[in-house]
Design a protein around this ligand. Sequence first.
Ligand SMILES: [Zn+2]
Ligand SMILES: [Zn+2]
Length: 360
Amino acid sequence: MAETGELTVLGGPGEVEVASYPVPSPGPGEMVARMVRANICGSDLHIVRGAHPMVKPGFTLGHEGVGRVHALGEGVELDSGGAAVAVGDLVAATYFQTCGECPACVNEQSNICYRAAGAYARPAAEPPHFHGTIATHWHIGRAQSFFRVPDGVDERAAAGANCALAQVVHAAELSELAPGDTVLFQGAGGLGLCGVAVAGIRGAYPIIADLDHERLEASRAFGAKAALDFAGRSLDERVQAVREVTGGLGADVVVEVTGVASAFEEALRFVRPGGTIVTVGNITPSTAAIDPGGFTRAGGRLLAAYRYRPRHLATALRILERHPQIPWGSLVDADYSIRDVGDAIADSVARKITRASIVF
Ligand SMILES: [Zn+2]
Ligand SMILES: [Zn+2]
């Protein structure tokens, strides 16, 4: 009889259910992982609220996590980076697919592959069932990429590589962040802290801003050169604070990692004339009041780093291997079992914890 596994399903808004399905066998070119850890990230909270345009009730949950190879499909001997893989190896995978054929993929913009959601925005009832990471198993299709996690990298650290860390590797590359550049991260959540670390590794001068004193304190260990407490400060005061730590003109690069619409407006004030803004966190529909003329006259660049390309995940894993002094594992501060996934989400929504991890 086929082995049975458990997965999480979106019920009505705010509701998560656990369901059992037979664990699939991987087809040619596919892989099935046994999950080790799956994190609950900010976008999962949007999904559970019912705010995601594609993930509907009955669909599987989870996109962030790390697992071990459970079964390899016919022809799969190497990971997407060319390293040999075997059953039991720790692996991280892209949660989305890159089809290689759509206009975005052909144009080297696989991060916005038109078919990306085909790997995760699917009903649990549809085989192979295990489309999400918050599950005992995870099916990795032919159009997804996966990489062996380098030896010595902690499972807790690796669990966030396929979301936050790969995402900010992409943002840093897109902005052409250079040594000595001042870069401001708006928000000291998982994205902001990973961003600060990546910016420091690239030789830039990372600055971070948030309203939460504790998160700002934590940013020092990730390499923040300046941590700006924006709590209770007006926009003009915030602009002044940014200018004080960037030589008077504003940041060379501003990276929006808050998911708050007003941060987009503020980014236009924090960037120096001719500088670059990268939006990452704002992914749900919202509106902001901006001054397009002011932006044109400043002569800057505005870029969007949506998801990442598969090679950015490989880079993220190498960063974890080569920079073990950075406390990556501290980004996850609470462990739960799959049966307690409802509590994990409630605690995340209530901000009792920073990032919940479901441990299998
Ligand atoms: Zn995520
Ligand atoms: Zn594509």
